[in-house]
Design a protein around this ligand. Structure first.
Ligand SMILES: [Zn+2]
Length: 319
């Protein structure tokens, strides 16, 4: 090879490696949805996809059941290139063909909700296997309401609400002395919330990669403060709590759960559009998703993160 050719080859190698450094492999995210009792769905799926992709760190796909339930108010957000039109059903109905390729993704985000129909057995098994082998999972708001009698799902989310009682496991909360309580004695239903309002989220754990640097107290916008959730409550790390007007105690709002090798981020926040526009919700969702996928967090706390006395929201605009 002549010197000139050698030099061009060297230059080519330098250029190629520089390009690779700029295009770091993106985190592969799958948002799953199709059946949610909340009127903000399917807009909420599109909001989360946009928030994640705006960071430049994530590539987001969506998998949706062909039987849709309560997707009416925000139906203009339904059309997706990769899924069929879907059929709106009166009651949620199991889609036997809902078989996302979980193992292709670094993290799965569930935007299912209360009374979502059970998944097919092989779909459940595939999801369990994905998680056990170290997959990431994020459960958002009412995703902790569904599948009350799926044991592995309950273990993965730690605690959940509605259609649950003492048979599903203890209540989990933080007492006045800051101690985590697993109340295995009290009987009663799981899941409650007071009227929608702005409320303070207190960071219980500021050492976790997700919560490090987040102000100790911040005002969350216009949401339901979930309370009295119950479940196996094993291997749960509570990151943030809020005082419920229902239970009058510090209820878990933000958590992580170790499920075998899988990492789970659980946010109870996100009832309607304004809660999804809260910068506190967005930031914890992004950081929680990155952590569930990789075990690390590189996303910064933005300068418009809410303080204790004033909410901070970003009006959503579809790109
Ligand atoms: Zn809700």
């Amino acid at each position: 090879m002549k010197i000139k050719q050698l030099l061009s080859l060297a230059l080519l190698i330098i250029i190629t490696s520089a390009c690779n450094a700029n295009h770091k492999k993106k985190i592969k995210v799958l948002i799953i949805d199709g059946q949610n009792n909340h009127a903000v769905w399917p807009k909420s799926t599109i909001m989360m996809k946009q928030y994640l992709e705006e960071t430049g760190l994530f590539k987001v796909d969506i998998a949706r059941t062909k039987y849709l339930w309560k997707s009416t108010r925000e139906a203009k957000y339904l059309p997706l290139a990769n899924v069929g039109e879907g059929v709106e059903t009166k009651k949620s109905k199991t889609d036997p063909d809902f078989k996302p390729k979980f193992s292709k993704y670094d993290v799965i985000i569930s935007n299912f909700g209360w009374r979502a129909a059970p998944w097919a057995e092989d779909t459940k098994k595939a999801f369990e296997k994905y998680l056990r082998k170290g997959g990431g999972f994020v459960t958002v708001h009412a995703a902790d309401n569904c599948f009350p009698n799926w044991k592995a799902y309950n273990q993965a989310i730690g605690i959940g609400g509605w259609s649950r009682n003492e048979k599903h496991g203890p209540y989990l909360y933080v007492d006045k002395d800051g101690k985590v309580v697993r109340d295995t004695v009290s009987k009663g239903p799981g899941g409650a919330h007071g009227p929608r309002a702005d409320f303070i989220v207190s960071m219980y754990n500021q050492e976790h990669p997700i919560s490090k640097g987040i102000p100790s107290e911040w005002l969350h916008a216009d949401d339901e403060c979930y309370a009295l959730l119950r479940g196996p409550a094993e291997n749960v790390t509570i990151l943030g709590t809020a005082i419920s007007t229902k239970s009058k105690r510090a209820e878990p709002m933000l958590m992580t759960i170790d499920y075998h090798k899988g990492r789970v981020f659980h946010t109870t926040l996100g009832h309607d559009t304004k809660a999804f526009e809260c910068v506190g919700f967005i930031t914890t969702l992004l950081r929680g998703t990155e952590w569930a996928a990789t075990g690390k967090v590189t996303i910064d706390i933005p300068s418009d993160f809410p303080g204790k006395d004033k909410i901070s929201t970003r009006a959503f605009k579809l790109k």
